[in-house]
Write a protein that binds this ligand. Sequence first.
Ligand SMILES: NC(=O)c1ccc[n+]([C@@H]2O[C@H](COP(=O)([O-])OP(=O)(O)OC[C@H]3O[C@@H](n4cnc5c(N)ncnc54)[C@H](OP(=O)(O)O)[C@@H]3O)[C@@H](O)[C@H]2O)c1
Length: 235
Amino acid sequence: MTRLGIIGSGSIGSAVARLAVAAGHEVLIANSRGPESLTDLIAELGPGARAGTVRDAAEFGDIPLLSVPLGAYGNLPVDAFAGKTVLSTGNYYPHRDGRIAQLDSLDSTTAEYEQALLPDTTIVKAFNNILFHHIPNLANSTPRTALPIAGDDADAKARVAAIVNALGFDTVDAGTLAESWSFEPESGAYTPIYAADQAALAADYLADPGAPVPADRLRELLDASHRPDVAARQF
Ligand SMILES: NC(=O)c1ccc[n+]([C@@H]2O[C@H](COP(=O)([O-])OP(=O)(O)OC[C@H]3O[C@@H](n4cnc5c(N)ncnc54)[C@H](OP(=O)(O)O)[C@@H]3O)[C@@H](O)[C@H]2O)c1
């Protein structure tokens, strides 16, 4: 990877942008408010980064990273993503996204729902099961921390794995989009697995620095994961 387009400059998008720039890659980042709203972030990121429109970010580099709330998918310039592999960090939070019947009923995983919203793309999931502040703390950790990835196309998944590796994490193949429930919210491989202290994380999640989870441990957690009762989700 030499160029990474990032759509979403919030907690996750900016955390990944920092890693990418630190690793010597070029970043083009976009949000809903336009490039002029990103002046401070670009100043912080330095000469490796620039701001642009969502279309600019979708077209910058090979695989755009999409890190926006589910409700924003309908406002994206779908044609700019056509034919692309898209690295999606998205999760379903009903309090933010509204209740979505096919997710509550378990007819779709969030990843399959996203794929239906962006039908001319190849969605690959990554970075959706780690808290934003654990990303810088656990990138290039010793031992290396692993993130799950899921997707329906082996080549697309391999290319996303290469990006995740370049950003400082190992990957574990968690299967298809249909199987990606294994690292959705409330599953057995969601964000608390990276806590240094799970009780402390529950009390004050921002105070927890995170702790490495190597690939073999993540594999065990994914294999033992349970499908969450999404309809009962309260957040
Ligand atoms: N926060 C976490 O720790 C975490 C962990 C794992 C996964 N996730 C998931 O990752 C995704 C992003 O989370 P986040 O915490 O980074 O969210 P966030 O901090 O709320 O940032 C969301 C970003 O999306 C942008 N956006 C919204 N609508 C857009 C549109 N139509 N076009 C372009 N950009 C748009 C926003 O733009 P503006 O800045 O202009 O408002 C903002 O930059 C979510 O699905 C979340 O559930 C989050």
